[in-house]
Design a protein around this ligand. Structure first.
Ligand code: SF4
Length: 387
C-alpha cells in the first residue's frame, strides 16, 4: 500500500540544495544543518514556509531527525485513565470537563483505577497515563492514594501521571510545597509527569484560553522542580486556536531553555487544537485547529529548534489521524505515541480518530513510510525492535 504524501514522496533534491528558495530562509536552514542553534526570530521565519520553502524545511528536519535518532520510529503501549472528568476550571478549549450533577460526570474509585491498571498490564501495557479534572471534593491525599492503588496492584507498571495543574491543585489540597508534594509522589512510585496544561506558555494567550488556570511561570516552576527531583516529564504545545507563529517560537524556545538547565524532558509533543466541541470555537473566538501544513511546520520547526536538546518529537495520532501523522513522521518526528486504550479527552473534543491503536497498526503504518518500528517504554528505552 502506498501512502498519499502530497508535499513530497522522497528526497530527490540534495539536502543542502536551497537554490530555489529565498536566501534568508536558505541561510537559516544552512545554519540548522550545521547544527547551530536557531533563534526564536529565525523560527518565526521558518514557520512562514510555503511551497518549495516548506519542502526544504521538511527535508532539513528529516535529516536532523536521522542524525539524532536514526530510522527507528517508536511507540508505547499505554492505557489512559481519566479518573474524573469533574472540573470547574472552565478552560474554553476543553470539552472534557463536566459539573458534578451533569449526565456523564465520572469519578472512578481507587479500586476501579487499580482494576483498570491490572487489565492494562494483562493486555501488555507498560504505562498508565493518568490525568483528571480538578474535582472540587477531591480528598487531600487522593493524588498520592491513586499512585499507591496502582503500584500495589501492579508494582512494575510505570505511572505517568498528573499535569502541572494537578500538581498545583494537589499541593494546595495537601497544604504542601511543590517540592514536598512531588517528593511524596515520588516516594510512593510516580514514574513521570505529563507536561500537559502548557497550552501556549504566553500570558496573553492563556488569558484568552482560560482565566483560572496555572500561569506560565507556575508551569515552569512545577516542571523544573520535578526535573530537579529526578522526575522526568514530557513537554507539549497546543496550537491552532487563538495563537500565531511568534507564540509557537517563543514557547519552543522556553522549552529548550528549560531543557538546557535540567535535561528533564523526554519528548516534545505538538498537540493540534481539536475544535469541534470546544466552547471557544463554538463561541466564534478560535479557529478550527491547525491546517495540515501547520502541523508539518510545527513538527519540522520543533525538530530543528530542539536539535541537540530533545531527541524525541512525538506525533499525536489521536488528533491528526494516521495519514497526517505519517507525514509528520517524515517531517522531523520520530515517535508515534501511545496505543491509548480509553482516550477520552480528544474524543470529547470531537477528534474523529478513535481511542485505541493496536501495536500491529503502528507497525504497519511505520513500515509503510520505510522506517523501523520499535516498542519503547515511557523513558524511551527500546523494548522490542520489529525489523
Ligand atoms: S482542561 Fe483540565 S483544567 Fe481545564 S476545564 Fe478541562 S479538565 Fe478542567
Amino acid at each position: 500500500m502506498t501512502v498519499a504524501i502530497p508535499l513530497f514522496t522522497s528526497h530527490t533534491t540534495s539536502i543542502d540544495d536551497f537554490s530555489e528558495i529565498d536566501s534568508k530562509f536558505a541561510g537559516i536552514l544552512t545554519r540548522a544543518l550545521e547544527e547551530q542553534e536557531i533563534s526564536e526570530h529565525e523560527a518565526v521565519v521558518l514557520f512562514s514556509a510555503e511551497g518549495s520553502e516548506l519542502r526544504s524545511l521538511i527535508r532539513v528536519a528529516d535529516e536532523l531527525r536521522k542524525r539524532a535518532v536514526g530510522q527507528i520510529v517508536t511507540y508505547v503501549s499505554v492505557r489512559n485513565i481519566n479518573f474524573t472528568n469533574v472540573c470547574y476550571t472552565g478552560c474554553r478549549f476543553c470539552a472534557f470537563a463536566r459539573r458534578l450533577d451533569d449526565p456523564g460526570a465520572q469519578w472512578l474509585s481507587l479500586s476501579e483505577v487499580a482494576d483498570r491498571a491490572v487489565e492494562a498490564w494483562e493486555a501488555g501495557a507498560t504505562e498508565v497515563c493518568m490525568q483528571g479534572g480538578l474535582h472540587p471534593h477531591m480528598p487531600p491525599n487522593h493524588y498520592r492514594n491513586l499512585i499507591i492503588a496502582i503500584k500495589e496492584a501492579v508494582p512494575d507498571m510505570h505511572v505517568h501521571a498528573f499535569s502541572p495543574f494537578e500538581i498545583w491543585y494537589g499541593a494546595q489540597l495537601a497544604d504542601m510545597t511543590y517540592v514536598d508534594f512531588l517528593t511524596l509522589l515520588k516516594e510512593v512510585g510516580i514514574g513521570s509527569l505529563p507536561g500537559t496544561a502548557a497550552e501556549i506558555l504566553d500570558t496573553n494567550v492563556r488569558q484568552q484560553l482560560t482565566k483560572n488556570k496555572l500561569s506560565s511561570e507556575e508551569w515552569v516552576e512545577i516542571i523544573t522542580t520535578a526535573h530537579k527531583l529526578g522526575i522526568r516529564t514530557t513537554s507539549t504545545i497546543m496550537y491552532g486556536h487563538v495563537d500565531s507563529p511568534p507564540h509557537w517560537a517563543k514557547h519552543i524556545k522556553l522549552i529548550r531553555d528549560i531543557q538546557r538547565d535540567t535535561e528533564g524532558f523526554t519528548e516534545f509533543v505538538p498537540l493540534g487544537f481539536v475544535h469541534h466541541n470546544a466552547p471557544i470555537y463554538l463561541d466564534g473566538d478560535a479557529r478550527p485547529g491547525p491546517t495540515i501544513e501547520e502541523n508539518l511546520r510545527m513538527h519540522a520547526v520543533a525538530r530543528i529548534m530542539l536539535h541537540g536538546y530533545i531527541p524525541n518529537i512525538q506525533v499525536s495520532w489521536v488528533k491528526m489521524g494516521p495519514d497526517v501523522s505519517q507525514q509528520c513522521l517524515m517531517a522531523g518526528a520520530n515517535d508515534f505515541g501511545g496505543t491509548l486504550m480509553d482516550e477520552t479527552i480528544s474524543r470529547s473534543a470531537g477528534a474523529p480518530h478513535g481511542q485505541h491503536m493496536h501495536p500491529e497498526s503502528f507497525q504497519r503504518l511505520i513500515k509503510e513510510i520505510g522506517r523501523i518500528p520499535a516498542q519503547r517504554n515511557t523513558l524511551y528505552e527500546l523494548l522490542e525492535v520489529q525489523n
